[in-house]
Design a protein around this ligand. Structure first.
Ligand code: ATP
Ligand code: MG
Length: 139
């Protein structure tokens, strides 16, 4: 299995509900290394750029409203098969469909406010890690 880096975001709902520690602890417990980490407040332009692939979708405005509604924690997770493993730990996009024990089952309230983001492919991981971090900030 390849060593990979992937971008994770703890979204505003999970930050507001004080789940930062539990979520980071879960990643570490699952053997994912935290290669980079920052807490920040996204501007509308930053959120729109990050989710540009969804700009034509009906929920785009709502998604940008939500992602700018409060601070987020952006992280780079590193490890064997990190992209798929992070997605498995997160669970389905809609928490109603998320498996027991996944972060979205535990911490998300709805498809719109779903606690965490994770890159979905090596191509998006490379773009998303570079969107938030410089190489010198990762170790
Ligand atoms: P993310 O990219 O945030 O990790 P995902 O890859 O599971 O989530 P995407 O299809 O990329 O899901 O959708 C991006 C985000 O847009 C979702 O996490 C969710 O917050 C929001 N979203 C997706 N579908 C809907 C919907 N039908 N209604 C409202 N919001 C939605
Ligand atoms: Mg996605």
């Amino acid at each position: 299995m390849a060593n990979e880096r992937t971008l994770s975001i703890i979204k505003p709902d999970a930050v507001k509900n004080h789940h930062i520690g539990a979520i980071i602890g879960r990643f570490e417990k699952e053997g994912l290394h935290i290669a980079g980490l920052r807490k920040c407040q996204l501007s509308r332009a930053e959120a729109e750029g990050f989710y540009a692939e969804h700009s034509a979708r009906g929920f785009f405005g709502e998604l940008v409203d939500f992602m700018t509604s409060g601070p987020v924690v952006v992280m780079v997770l590193e490890g064997d098969d990190a992209i798929a493993r992070n997605r498995a730990i997160m669970g389905a996009t809609n928490p109603a469909n998320a498996a027991e024990g996944t972060l979205r089952k535990l911490y998300a309230a709805s498809v719109g406010e779903n606690a965490v983001h994770g890159s979905d492919s090596p191509t998006s991981a490379a773009r998303e890690v570079g969107y938030f971090f410089r190489a010198i900030e990762l170790s």
